[in-house]
Design a protein around this ligand. Structure first.
Ligand SMILES: Cc1ncc(C[n+]2csc(CCOP(=O)(O)OP(=O)(O)O)c2C)c(N)n1
Ligand SMILES: [Mg+2]
Length: 401
């Protein structure tokens, strides 16, 4: 059974038995389709927009997007288009030697914009290194992301400025950071929620399992948002799990749901639902956004070494941006003028980030020694002195110039 053919099925009533959902306290029943997990028996997933751009009803989740206006829909489209444009510009900048590395989000725009726009300002985000769309939703200037990948700053932004933590390269570790933060939110008596992003590969990490255990036991207000883009560098998802990833939550005692990761509306709805659960004191939720990494893992990777074109072509037909465009057009929510204006805006964004990156000054060589410890440290002082001597050796070789 294909993903699409299961998508429009009407979900049953209870939260534990809705399409692609398992593991609430009340019920532990899994979907029938999920029982024989694997390529030939993909479980149902939550979908509100088909790849053809047709709006399908969903008894459980429609309520979470009931207030979405035509203006909001155009906004979601704009977010995805600008994020994709920024991402393409960054890939080009890396190819031109302006960045050390880039991890493209191509194909994952709907998962990131849908979930990102579900958040409240006071919610806190713990991202991986690929969450450029979520960063956009949080108001982090794209040039700050590029500064990090150019290696001219120590992270790129103030996490507390936008409640968006620094990019995390150590796979899965941010799930624990998010859980600890969420436990703190509860202790503070606040009603904000926390969201941790991670990938299918990260779901195999001990840190993620520990985060699931702690968050469940402490009923922490955290949403685990797993973008299953089918690949962990060259490892396919089949090598990560014998069951669909969202079902992992069941064993920890909280609900998991699989959503069509290329459907921005469904991601918005499901994430809102999960955030509301967190705010209401109902504890963690695992959202598995079923999507596809259209590009390379990073600019250092060559995916032609381990996967063919067929699956990429199949996923191109499910493009997240194209499907919302089709819906906007068929429902007369956007006209040619809107798309033309957005194209101009995209060009301007590309130009802005290009120019900003090229103009970024190299950092002071000694800045690397700052902020290692709050009050300084003898070892850091020693290393700074060694480095200063090393730098001075060049001046000598140069005849003191
Ligand atoms: C603890 C740890 N182990 C290994 C790596 C090397 N590594 C970097 S990305 C990656 C794959 C991650 O895959 P996934 O979680 O699916 O995220 P994606 O890159 O697909 O978004 C690995 C193994 C790392 N950064 N950290
Ligand atoms: Mg992955």
């Amino acid at each position: 059974m294909t993903v699409e053919s299961t998508a429009a099925r009407t979900p049953r009533r209870s939260a534990g038995s809705k399409a692609g959902t398992t593991g609430t306290k009340r019920t532990t029943r899994t979907t029938k389709k999920a029982a024989g997990a694997g390529k030939s028996a993909e479980p149902a997933l939550v979908q509100l927009l088909t790849p053809e751009g047709k709006r399908v009803k969903n008894a459980e989740f429609d309520q979470y997007v009931a207030g979405v206006t035509a203006d909001d829909l155009r906004g979601l489209y704009r977010d995805m288009v600008l994020t994709r444009r920024f991402d393409a510009e960054a890939t080009s900048l890396q190819r031109q030697g302006e960045l050390g590395l880039w991890a493209s989000l191509l194909g994952q725009e709907a998962a990131q914009i849908g979930s990102g726009r579900a958040l409240r300002d006071d919610d806190y985000v713990f991202p991986t290194y690929r969450e450029h769309g979520v960063a956009w939703c949080r108001g982090v200037d794209p040039t700050n992301l590029l500064g990090m990948f150019r290696g001219v700053n120590n992270g790129g932004w103030d996490p507390n400025g936008n409640n968006f933590h620094l990019y995390t390269i150590v796979i899965g570790s941010q799930a624990l950071h998010a859980t600890g933060y969420a436990m703190g939110v509860t202790k503070d008596g606040a009603d904000s929620a926390v969201i941790a992003y991670f990938g299918d590969g990260a779901s195999s990490q001990g840190d993620v399992a520990e985060a699931f255990t702690f968050s469940a036991v402490y009923n922490a207000p955290v949403v685990f948002f797993c973008q299953n883009n089918q690949w962990a560098i060259s490892e396919p998802t089949e090598k990560q799990s014998r069951v669909p990833l969202y079902q992992r939550a069941q064993g920890f005692g909280f609900p998991g749901v699989r959503v069509d990761g290329n459907d921005v509306l469904a991601n918005l709805a499901v994430t809102k639902w999960a955030l509301e659960r967190a705010r209401a004191g109902e504890g963690p939720t695992l959202v598995e956004a079923f999507t596809y990494r259209m590009g390379a893992h990073t600019t250092s990777d060559d995916p032609t070494r381990y996967r063919g074109d067929e699956e990429r072509l199949a996923w191109e037909a499910k493009d997240p941006i194209l499907r919302l465009r089709r819906y906007l057009e068929s429902s007369n929510h956007a006209d040619e003028g809107f798309f033309a204006e957005l194209e101009t805006e995209s060009e301007a964004l590309g130009k802005r980030v290009r120019e900003a990156v090229r103009a970024m000054p190299d950092p002071d060589h000694f800045a690397i020694f700052e902020n290692v410890y709050a009050d300084g440290h003898a070892l850091v002082d020693e290393e700074r002195a060694q480095f200063a001597a090393y730098q001075a050796s060049f001046a000598d070789a140069d005849g003191g110039k």
